[in-house]
Design a protein around this ligand. Structure first.
Ligand code: IPE
Ligand code: IPE
Ligand code: MG
Length: 242
């Protein structure tokens, strides 16, 4: 299963995953979509546990987008309940595995109980450093940049910042991801080749990997294969290869 770290030399430090295809996975089985979300949530632990073996220090996962509120009330409510239960159930294992968990996204629209579970998990795991797991919950790239611009404008309004000081580095400090390096690799499951508002600013130079596997079928083995292929890519960042 997990490949030795030495096999994935030059692998990515930060991998971001758009965990897509839960609904289709359930529908294919004639089951309610929510069952697919539960099956999908169960896949996360295996990927987190594989990270140290693969040399991945940062794993960021897209759990719920700012656009996912458009789904039926029952799917949204089921997902919110799943997030609460997930945190309650996984806290111990995450802590034991040395995982530091953080959340990105707008918490204002989330219910108080969920937000307090998120806050507690962040605090509880804040001393860990083995793997940095960031969960994007009610996250949207445009929403994040908009909120950052609002906070930045407020600083200017208050006279604490001059508009002349606003450069890419300053703006990045106002993003939810201020504590994260940019992703090196973004993986999307389920065959869709789009980014659906995920890490728009941060992925400017990320590599992308789109795989057909539906998220509940995704395994650490497939994860390892993708990471091995990544080592063969040449990232030029706009320059000419030497
Ligand atoms: C991804 O799976 C999980 C969330 C967006 C919450 P989907 O629910 O989008 O699954 P499909 O794309 O409908 O199969
Ligand atoms: C992106 O998947 C969001 C998450 C995986 C949480 P969606 O299923 O919501 O994206 P679209 O609707 O196919 O673009
Ligand atoms: Mg989807």
């Amino acid at each position: 299963m997990a490949k030795d770290i030495n096999e994935i030399q030059g692998g990515p430090d930060h991998v971001a995953i758009i965990m897509d295809g839960n609904g289709r996975w359930a529908t294919q089985r004639g089951r309610p979509r929510l069952l697919g979300h539960h099956a999908g949530a169960r896949r996360v632990r295996e990927m987190v546990e594989a990270c140290p073996d693969f040399g991945v220090k940062y794993l960021t996962i897209f759990a719920f987008s700012t656009e996912n509120w458009k789904r039926t009330q029952s799917e949204v409510a089921g997902l919110m309940k799943l997030f609460r239960r997930y945190i309650e159930r996984e806290t111990k294992a995450l802590f034991k595995d040395g995982v530091r968990v953080r959340f990105i996204g707008d918490r204002q629209k989330l219910d108080d109980k969920l937000v307090s579970l998120m806050d507690n998990l962040e605090l509880y795991t804040s001393g860990n450093d083995k793997v940095h797991l960031t969960i994007a919950l009610n996250y949207g790239g445009r929403d994040e940049v908009t909120r950052a611009a609002q906070r930045l404008a407020f600083e200017v309004e208050q006279g604490r910042l001059s508009h002349k000081d606003v450069d890419a580095e300053t703006l990045a400090k106002f993003l939810d991801t201020r504590f994260l390096p940019d992703p090196d690799l973004v993986i999307r499951t389920s065959g869709e080749a789009r980014i659906s508002n995920f890490l728009l600013w941060q992925s400017a130079y990320a590599e992308y990997e789109f795989v057909d596997t539906l998220w509940p079928d995704f395994t650490a083995e497939e994860f390892g294969k993708i990471l091995s292929n990544y080592g063969n890519r040449e990232r030029r960042f706009g320059a000419v290869s030497v």
